[in-house]
Ligand binder design. Structure first.
Ligand code: G6P
Length: 609
């Protein structure tokens, strides 16, 4: 998904735009561009294929200075990565950047071609530039022309616009894609994500769906879809204290893996009493209704979906409530049977994933008791649109492959399970054991991180491998799924996860000496069952890598490698066993020489469908 930045200031804004793009690169990195209204020289546009560094190199050769500008980092949807498709797109005397998808772009392209406009790209965005130029020609008032343009667009957009006819004004609008306004003294900014602007401000205004705005150095006007003037509070960005650079680490992913003890402690901060959880953390309304919840539906995408799958085991076993989990892209288009008093939970790191947001909006028509967003970004659309919220406090996650966001989601979900168990008067010993285990979790994760070197040594097993299987049982089956997803995402090795009991129903046919099989083997009630499944693999010459509890006794033998894990209380075990799988995929990616933080074809925040 693309990232946009814009700025209007009394100082030269080009370095601010470039730094913004660098910080937004996690959203897309196939090309980048900038358009600056250069004092007295009209709009100067520079674009480059590849990462933001390529754009920086181009600007070094031909620098541009100005006080008004927009910039973009692209994740291709319409038209392959090429300079002609990179934003900003120009038409006559204006430039625009866009994140989203204009669904009626074909019809608009035809209309504009008939009107005499020539297209230089295959993007859906270029129609917006020409449409705006067309309306401005009909009536040279940029606000009116912008509104007429927005009325004709179907689909999703966050837009930034500059025009030589109004050299002191920055326009923007959002519908279905995120956009914030950043405020500082005598300068204003726009961006897809506050992270892009933390170098210049921590004060943000979060636009609502359908809003558009006109910004100058000293004024800010915002209107809703009905063109009524609206005002929003300026909010301080909570993550501002977090360091945004890689520090001593080679990659953001590694830094974020190592930040997990602190991220977990922050997420739990102020939520645990000695032997119970403090449900006030959910807010007064949610707290009052906790005991009314009789069913739970969880909806999410990607890694967040895996967190939901683990939670289903916890919620059904510990809180005694039926729970179903679904990917948002399916849920949003189907008729759901919602029993009385069902809580909808959406889980998302970013809070801007298009399918998850659409699922929440779909759910609002389905008669749920309430909706709860578990999210890492306080000001995100998901958090603002849900009835209740439970924030993970992982801090900004930059690596495309989610790590600390996932473990903090699991922490929030185990905490919530405990809150529901409490509300349903379930066994107090179980509740206090969960609280103790949660409290001890940061230290335990720290301990597992010390296994890094041993895990690094295992990575060589994957050097020439094209495929891998991951096995787990119970709540560790979704952990195996997450381990396989991590490996796929960053090392491009085809990896599949199976509930270990399913092995003999098909995947066993794949097992030979070329197939590494990774198993998650905590010392739980399913260990004996898992052991039999692992023997099935050994007997067929499969190469087994077992992440195994120090108290469990697993067979040794040729082709079997054990990595000993500390004993952990059963509830938190899925969280702890996630860590070695993250480290394994990281080290395998290093061996394979892939781009760990920005794997090919992926984006961190998927704001299009
Ligand atoms: C993308 C990211 C994944 C993430 C998923 C859902 O695919 O690459 O890491 O799990 O989106 O994102 P969310 O922000 O909703 O958790």
């Amino acid at each position: 998904m693309c990232g946009i930045v814009g700025a209007i200031s009394k100082r030269n804004i080009t370095p601010i735009l470039i730094e913004g793009l660098r910080r937004l690169e996690y959203r897309g990195y196939d090309s980048a561009g900038v358009a600056v209204l250069a004092s007295g020289n009209g709009i100067k546009r520079t674009r480059a294929v590849g990462k933001v560094i390529e754009l920086e190199n181009a600007l070094e050769k031909e620098p541009v200075h100005g006080h008004l500008g927009i910039a973009h980092t692209r994740w291709a949807t319409h038209g392959k990565p090429a300079e002609r498709n990179a934003h900003p797109h120009l038409s006559e005397r204006l430039a625009i950047v866009h994140n989203g998808i204009i669904e009626n772009h074909s019809a608009l392209r035809k209309k504009l071609t008939d009107l005499g406009y020539t297209f230089t790209s295959e993007t859906d965005t270029e129609v917006v530039a020409h449409l705006l130029a067309h309306h401005y020609k009909e009536k040279p008032n940029l606000l009116c022309a912008f509104r007429s343009t927005l009325r004709e667009l179907h689909g999703a957009y966050a837009l930034g616009v500059i025009h030589q006819g109004e050299p002191n004004t920055l326009y923007c609008a959002r519908m279905g894609s995120p956009l914030v306004i950043g405020e500082a003294s005598e300068e204003q900014f726009i961006a897809s994500d506050p992270l892009a602007l933390l170098q210049v401000t921590d004060q943000f205004i979060y636009l609502e769906e359908g809003d558009h705005a006109r910004l100058t150095v000293e004024s800010r006007e915002i209107w809703n879809q009905r063109n009524e003037s609206v005002e929003y509070p300026v909010l301080r960005y909570e993550h501002a204290a977090h360091s945004m650079d890689k520090g001593e680490y080679r990659h953001y992913m590694l830094k974020e893996i190592y930040e997990q003890p602190a991220a977990i402690a922050n997420t739990l901060d102020g939520t645990l009493a000695e032997d119970h959880v403090l449900t006030a953390a959910l807010g007064p309304e949610a707290e009052t209704h906790l005991a009314d919840i009789r069913n739970i539906h969880i909806v999410a995408c990607g890694t967040s979906y895996h967190a939901g799958l683990v939670a289903r085991y916890w919620i059904e076993e510990q809180a005694g409530l039926p729970c179903q989990v679904e990917v948002a892209s399916e849920y949003r288009y189907r008729t759901v049977a919602v029993p009385p008093n069902t809580l909808l939970i959406t889980i998302s790191q970013s809070g801007e994933t298009a399918d998850t947001l659409a699922a929440l909006r779909h759910a609002k028509q389905q008669g749920y008791l309430a909706s709860l967003a578990i999210c890492n970004v306080a000001g995100s659309s998901l958090v603002r649109e849900a009835d209740w919220r439970l924030l993970t406090k992982a801090g900004p996650e930059i690596g495309v492959a989610s790590t600390k966001a996932f473990t903090t989601q699991l922490v929030a979900l185990l905490w919530l399970t405990t809150a529901l168990a409490q509300a349903n008067h379930r066994a107090p010993e179980m509740i206090s054991a969960n609280v103790r285990a949660l409290r001890g979790l940061p230290r335990l994760v720290e301990k597992v991180l010390h296994l890094d070197q041993h895990i690094e040594a295992l990575a060589a097993t994957f050097t020439n491998k094209q495929h891998a299987l991951f096995l787990g049982r119970g709540p560790h089956y979704p952990i195996a799924m997450e381990g396989a997803l991590k490996l796929k995402e960053i090392s491009y090795i085809h990896a599949e996860a199976y509930a270990a009991g399913e092995l003999k129903h098909g995947p066993l046919a794949l097992v030979d000496e070329n197939m590494p099989v990774v198993s998650v083997a905590p010392s739980d009630s399913l260990l004996e069952k898992l052991k039999s499944n692992l023997q099935e693999v050994s007997a067929r010459g499969g190469q087994l890598i077992n992440f195994v509890c120090e108290r469990a006794e697993l067979d040794n033998g040729d082709g079997i490698t054990h990595l000993s894990m500390p004993w952990v209380y059963e509830s938190v075990s899925p969280i702890v066993y996630t860590i070695p799988l993250q480290l394994l995929s990281y080290h395998v990616a290093l061996v394979k020489g892939t781009d760990v933080d920005k794997p090919r074809n992926l984006a961190k925040s998927v704001t299009v469908e």
